[in-house]
Design a protein around this ligand. Sequence first.
Ligand code: ADP
Ligand code: AMP
Length: 213
Amino acid sequence: MKIIMLGAPGAGKGTQAEMISEKYGLPHVSTGDIFRANIKNGTELGKEAKKYMDAGQLVPDELTVKILLDRVAQDDCKNGYVLDGFPRTIPQAEVLDKALTELGDKVDYAINVDVPDENIINRMSGRRACVTCGATYHVVYAPTKVEGICDKCGSELILRDDDKPETVKNRLEVYHKQTQPLIEYYDKKGVLKEVDGTVDMNEVFNSIVSILA
Ligand code: ADP
Ligand code: AMP
């Protein structure tokens, strides 16, 4: 099963992708996580990506598409995956479709987690991310057992630089201009599914499970 998570930054794509990954045994592939791991390891890709990420802009398609295609070509993706944060532009979606078509394959579901802009700043300013394993929490909606410490690996949590309100504003603009058109793109392909992302995260997940069942 090949699933794409669509939605604004902070809509809950990563949260839901992680839950889908656990329930269905599919790898959770996040281009944002791949970029952050590269930044942490000081790679050339990381240095290049950071310039765009810190400004709330998209990393250019040439770079992004290559890392995504390399990742989904790995063995653990043979039976499917959940893509979180990719595609973010029409050209990215077209490259993915072309690569899948060449394999006689296709996207099964594009799930749009719908959350209005008014809720997004609140979501993002409360988001905390683990510096080591990338797990995501929220100070109010998904708190850790011990404040500031990752439940999964015990490392320190941070507020991502690009989750600061001034950058979130840019990211929302970029989302509406470059990423939102993907909703229509996947609707035309007959694989779009919409879920209300404003409700409790377990309720969002229940809606997704009923779609995938
Ligand atoms: P995305 O991957 O779309 O950027 P995340 O999954 O990281 O978004 O979620 C953004 C923030 O909102 C996180 O802090 C997360 O814990 C929180 N969150 C996710 N889903 C919900 C929800 N349904 N209700 C409240 N908070 C949520
Ligand atoms: P995310 O963790 O998905 O919120 O992504 C964080 C940042 O990484 C984004 O704001 C972009 O700068 C960059 N990024 C992640 N995925 C992509 C993508 N598919 N295309 C372009 N940039 C991306």
